[in-house]
Design a protein around this ligand. Structure first.
Ligand code: FAD
Length: 404
């Protein structure tokens, strides 16, 4: 591809960048649009290494972007999968309280879900739980019928295919290595050419804070990588799980706790945990990146977060290193599961924005700066919500950049 001029460039070929680009092709089909992706194919990071759950929106604070875009995004995702033949299954899930002290949290989730407009939520007792998930045990459970599963790598491939068919380009193996502002233009350098654009949208996931800095902005947050590791259930034990079995999450953390997921392929996995990764693309314990580590320890918020959460963090590391400890956490939901039923599975790394005061950014965060829009925090449920995140960002971009 030759160097060239565009109306909009999107950095990042994950669910969010592609969701934004797809929306641009719908709303502004005459705009010259380019997506730059540093890897050789789309969805090589978070969007291709996740649980594949179409979240319902039950967890998120009413009125937040996460709540609004997840609820509408889940419906849009199911419709998209149906229309384009992407495998999906609206199988529903159960969130199970296994101890007395989790019961108020479960009731709180029901209220949140209803405030977010979900229908069909039901609190059930142990017998009814056994009818839905015969091997699960708990004091009470919340049934969430609108939760589903899909394969987000396939969703992203379909997004990219539709973007390509509309005449826009998705250029892979094209990392943005430099960004300069020149009057009304933004110039993006890559090893595959230098491109200028009237509007730039940064959807670089684990590297979005760096892209922001590359563009001369101060993001005000640092991306912290949290690895999530999975175990796979042996095929002959997959019948222990019919659909999705989740614990009541700890409200102090943005992660949902290890759970069971029956994927669209029929494979069942358990996880993911949430441990601090030693590299932004650190999919294994042995992946260590000194630049990433140095960046983390130099950020004041990192030490504040470490002081607040070290005990929980150590517990997660212990469960990561000890299969027995991981299995004990799972046995609370499914007492029959044993170490021999599980083999090590895949992993993914979450991009979580951290503030200088040590707080993890909870909601989605989109920050405009002149002709650039930075998408700085889009953790789960952003794959679910990607079509609606696309609509919201394009709305903002249309008014900020005068797209027409
Ligand atoms: C373990 C795990 C489980 C999850 N489970 C779920 C779930 O069940 N349901 C759900 O809805 N969400 C889930 N999520 C969250 C969801 O996967 C993410 O919120 C979503 O994929 C974020 O999409 P993204 O496009 O922002 O990021 P990414 O998919 O990471 O895409 C960013 C892209 O930017 C590219 N990039 C980076 N730097 C550059 C550069 N300099 N130049 C060009 N390109 C660049 C990267 O290569 C990458 O492809 C999970 C995440 C993880 C990690």
């Amino acid at each position: 591809m030759a160097d060239g001029r565009y109306n909009v460039i999107v950095i990042g070929g994950g669910a969010v960048g592609l969701g934004v680009a797809l929306e641009i092709t719908h709303r502004f089909p005459r705009q010259r649009l380019l997506v730059l992706e540093k890897e050789a194919a789309v969805a090589r990071h978070q969007s291709g290494h996740n649980s594949g759950v179409i979240h319902s929106g039950v967890y998120y604070k009413p009125g937040s972007l996460k709540a609004r875009l997840c609820v509408s995004g889940a419906a849009a995702m199911v419709e998209f999968c149906r229309e384009h033949g992407v495998p999906h299954n609206v199988c529903g899930k159960v969130i199970v309280a296994t101890e007395e002290e989790e019961l108020p949290g479960l009731e709180n989730l029901r209220q949140r879900g209803e405030a977010n407009g979900l229908t069909g939520l039901r609190l059930i007792g142990p017998e009814e739980l056994r009818e839905i998930e015969p091997h699960a045990r708990g004091l009470k459970a919340l049934v969430v019928p609108s939760t589903g599963v899909t394969d987000y790598a396939l969703v992203c491939q379909k997004y990219a295919e539709l973007i390509g068919k509309s005449g826009a380009a998705v250029l892979t193996s094209a990392p943005a290595t430099g960004i300069k502002r020149a009057g009304d233009e933004v110039v993006v350098e890559t090893p595959r050419g230098v491109f200028s654009t009237a509007a730039l949208i940064n959807c670089a996931g684990l590297h979005s804070d760096r892209i922001s800095r590359m563009a001369g902005d101060e993001p005000g947050v640092m991306i912290v990588p949290f690895r999530g590791e999975y175990y796979d259930l042996l095929p002959e034990r997959a019948s222990l799980v019919r659909a999705l079995i989740y614990p009541v999450p700890n409200p102090r953390f943005p992660f949902l706790g290890v759970h069971f997921t029956r994927r669209v392929s029929g494979k069942v996995d358990a996880g993911p945990n949430a441990i601090l990764a030693l590299a932004r693309e650190g999919y294994r314990h042995t992946d260590i990146n000194l630049r990433d580590l140095a960046g983390s320890v130099a950020f004041p918020g990192f030490w504040r977060m470490a002081r607040q959460h070290w005990r929980h963090g150590l517990g997660e590391w212990y469960r990561s290193l000890s299969k027995a400890a991981f299995v004990r956490a799972l046995q609370r939901l499914l007492p029959e599961i044993g170490e021999k039923d599980l083999t090590p599975g895949g992993s993914g790394v979450r991009a979580q924005a951290l503030k200088p005061d040590g707080a993890l950014v909870d909601d989605f965060q989109f920050v405009p700066s002149g002709r650039i829009l930075h998408v700085l925090n889009v953790p789960s449920p952003a794959a679910t919500a990607s079509l609606m995140i696309g609509k919201t960002i394009v709305e903002t971009a249309a008014s900020n950049f005068g797209l027409s």
